[in-house]
Design a protein. Structure first.
Length: 190
């Protein structure tokens, strides 16, 4: 580096102490200016009564049930209602198959769709699924449906969100508060 370059570098760069003082002053100014701002104060949380929450849940459940009914009608599906909100139909029955019981381990093939037709999960890609009926952590509606099946049965069913992934979704492909459509075959029981 020559003398001219060195001198321009020294004079153009402020000393570090001035930079630190400037940064401190900017931070102090930001802090002080926010202290007197009433908009920055935390807002009180709105509280709801038990009755208001129950009513909101009933309204949401009714809307979701109407959406499921519209899907079934639009696709002209002859589905039964389980009483818990699951709509289901058997695609094929195996009269000679073993009936599923609580505590058994079920192996199933499956496809999971949103009602708009989006394929979310498939055993073709993700592999067969095994779970202990009534015990393992899978959507509660799946436990209910597999108990209606025999090995070799194929079914199509729609789980309302409260029996699927609920208020939070699955954190990946299934959004919060949406029903899901399953196509499932009970491969084996043990």
């Amino acid at each position: 580096m020559n003398l001219k370059t060195l001198s321009s570098y020294v004079f153009l760069k402020p000393p570090i102490s001035k930079m630190l003082i400037g940064a401190f002053c900017m931070a102090w100014l930001a802090f002080v200016s926010s202290c007197g701002n009433p908009d920055s104060a935390p807002k009180p949380r709105k509280t709801y009564t038990r009755e208001q929450l129950l009513h909101a849940n009933e309204v949401d459940s009714k809307r979701e049930s109407d959406d499921i009914n519209a899907y079934v009608a639009r696709h002209q599906l002859e589905m039964k209602n389980s009483g818990t909100g699951i709509r289901y139909m058997f695609l094929s029955l195996n009269e000679k198959g073993d009936s599923a019981r609580m505590g058994q381990t079920a192996k199933v093939s499956y496809k999971v769709y949103l009602l708009d037709g989006t394929l979310c999960y498939s055993s073709d890609k993700d592999g067969l699924r095994e779970f202990r009926i009534g015990e393992d952590h899978v959507e509660s509606g799946i436990h209910e449906m597999v108990l209606k099946m025999k090995t070799g049965d194929k079914t199509r069913f729609i789980l309302p969100s409260n029996l699927a992934h609920g208020l939070l979704g699955d954190g990946d492909k299934i959004p919060p508060r949406v029903p899901v459509l399953y196509e499932m075959e009970l491969i084996s029981l043990r």
